[in-house]
Write a protein that binds this ligand. Structure first.
Ligand code: C2E
Ligand code: MG
Ligand code: MG
Ligand code: MG
Length: 276
């Protein structure tokens, strides 16, 4: 029984929906193939010491260029990878790539630390720490050169299981960073109980710094509080010189953003840092 309104609008809507679903399925199939064939790449965005210490770490960000559709954003394909159960394989591949690249940089006399984003689902199996340690051993990268970025949703759900895994990673010297701080349910009490070495202030905080005096005061107090607790802070999404200057004045230790550098392929970043 086909549903149809007098104007036929429902039928048209269903057609659009079907097309979207069809595209979703095609995108999923293409992603599965790309993951199997290792067709994705990692770009790296440097994190800069805002007080003159240069660049000592960078964040690995996945890139997928589809032959037909062009660049697909990780904001679109990461949720798809999660939905299709591809995230475990993709996540591990990403850690392996990033560690191998960091090892290469170390061998070239550029001891950069590397940060990898971890999906909440990667904690569900319970074997993430072992998998990470195996990669560190295979690549010969010191654990202190690896950072894992987790989100608030990772920390909130399955708390004990996640905490236990984070504790094991930290005990080996892997750094844990809380990503996109300020976008979710962030509360300071959450931070106190958690196994986190570093907090990344979401760019929504940074965006309003120029215009909102109250936002400046809030961000300033937040930075003070975190730094006093021994937690390092990275401001994300710095796009203007005035944001950069304000964050420096507020005592923010580290920053990342298009103003300093966009995410780049590893070889381009190597050249850029050599020249710096
Ligand atoms: P994220 O981890 O918060 O990464 C920062 C995002 O901000 C990146 O977007 C980066 O390109 C962008 N960005 C950096 N500086 C600026 C700036 O100055 N202005 C603006 N407007 N944006 C800036 P990207 O690469 O599109 O990644 C989006 C999200 O996708 C990431 O957010 C992360 O949540 C996810 N993602 C990327 N790679 C991976 C991965 O390997 N694994 C997982 N699980 N997620 C990933
Ligand atoms: Mg991140
Ligand atoms: Mg972020
Ligand atoms: Mg994000």
């Amino acid at each position: 029984e086909v549903k149809k309104s007098r104007t036929g609008s429902i039928a048209r809507f269903d057609l659009a929906l079907a097309r979207r679903r069809q595209h979703h399925v095609q995108l999923g199939e293409a992603l599965r193939e790309a993951v199997e064939h290792g067709d994705l790449t990692l770009h790296y965005q440097p994190v800069e010491d805002l007080h003159g210490g240069g660049v000592r770490s960078c964040e690995g960000l996945l890139r997928w260029r589809h032959a037909e559709w062009g660049m697909v954003s990780p904001a679109d394909f990461i949720p798809l990878a999660e939905e299709l159960g591809l995230i475990h394989r993709l996540g591990l591949w990403t850690i392996e790539q990033a560690c191998a690249q960091a090892r290469l940089w170390h061998d070239q006399g550029m001891p950069l630390r590397v940060a990898v984003n971890i999906s909440p689902l990667q904690f569900h199996v319970g074997t993430l720490p072992q998998a990470v340690f195996a990669v560190l051993e295979r690549t010969g990268l010191p654990p202190a050169a690896l950072e894992l970025e987790v989100t608030e949703s990772t920390l909130i759900h399955h708390q004990t299981q996640v905490q236990e895994q984070l504790a094991r990673l930290r005990a080996r010297g892997v750094t844990i960073a809380l990503d996109d701080f300020g976008t979710g349910y962030s509360s300071l009490s959450l931070l106190q109980n958690l196994q986190v070495d570093k907090v990344k202030l979401d760019r929504s905080f940074v965006r309003e710094l120029d215009t909102e005096a109250r936002q400046r005061a809030l961000v300033g107090s937040l930075i003070d509080l975190l730094v006093k607790q021994g937690v390092s802070v990275v401001a994300e999404g710095i796009e203007t010189q005035s944001q950069y200057d304000l964050l420096r004045e507020l005592g923010c230790p580290l920053g990342q953003g298009f103003l300093m550098c966009r995410p780049l392929p590893a070889d381009e970043l190597t050249r850029k840092l050599r020249l710096a």
